[in-house]
Design a binder for this molecule. Structure first.
Ligand SMILES: [Zn+2]
Length: 249
């Protein structure tokens, strides 16, 4: 793990993100999981939306302007947002117009003892997500896969859905992830600039990319506080619109 001062100083700004996109575009062709067999100089650009659909849409718009073909994996069981909330559905539908959508699936939310159990619950969430955003979804990634116990989920596909968390997509690619808000091993810039890199699988989480340099926990706090404020605003506006008292002491 990097010393703390280096974590803080890592540049997770939107400005730096745009530079990383330009760097990737110079050398790599962006592909979807289903089209990633046997090619060289390709990049899979993945985002797991664990915390903020709003940050996801902000990044997706920037990527779309640059012609970057990315996939955003939506979580239905997040502790940080509700994918079934009206405003969030609107954000996700917008997102589906500028990027591909996958499902970020947390098997730990279900009682899963067999592959059949896994497929049944995975299909359930895929159906819900497709219903919410009205686009087909053909891939999933796993949330906290290290916590899945008892069954291995290493196959490339389950019940006709591509498994973006399959070991293949880490082993046949140079895999680079910003999990926890910092580059634990190599930075994405380092990977993209390395001439030995011919296939990249970049996993970023939209919450980590913000306008200013901040330590990871502050970036999470900003997303959490933004959502809390939006919920309070909704409540206040609802009461005001209906002429109700809104006492606060
Ligand atoms: Zn996750």
């Amino acid at each position: 793990m990097l010393p703390r001062f280096e974590i803080v100083s890592q540049d997770f700004t939107v400005a730096n993100y745009l530079e990383l996109l330009d760097l990737a575009k110079k050398r790599f062709r962006f592909v979807q999981y289903a089209d990633s067999q046997d090619s060289e100089n390709i990049a899979i650009w993945r985002h797991d939306i664990d915390i903020s659909p709003h940050r996801a849409l902000a990044l997706a718009k920037l990527e779309n302007e640059k012609g970057v073909d990315a996939t955003y994996f939506v979580q239905l069981t997040s502790r940080f947002y509700n994918a079934m909330e009206e405003d969030v559905i609107r954000v996700l539908r917008h997102l589906s117009k500028v990027a591909h959508i996958g499902l970020h699936f947390d098997p730990n939310c279900y009682k899963i003892e067999t592959i059949e159990d896994f497929c049944e619950n995975l299909s359930f969430e895929i159906n819900v997500l497709q219903k919410l955003i009205a686009v087909p979804v053909d891939a999933f990634s796993l949330h906290n896969p290290t916590l899945v116990q008892g069954i291995a989920l290493n196959d490339l596909a389950y019940c006709g859905l591509i498994n973006a968390s399959a070991p293949h997509f880490r082993e046949a690619f140079v895999y680079c992830s910003d999990s926890n808000g910092y580059w634990r091993y190599r930075t994405l810039q380092n990977v993209l600039m390395d001439e030995a890199t011919s296939r990249v699988h970049a996993l970023t989480h939209p919450c980590w990319w913000q306008e200013e340099i901040m330590p990871p926990r502050k970036r999470v706090a900003r997303c959490v506080e933004g959502r809390a404020q939006a919920s309070l605003n909704y409540y206040d506006n609802l009461l005001a619109a209906n002429g109700r008292k809104n006492e606060n002491s």
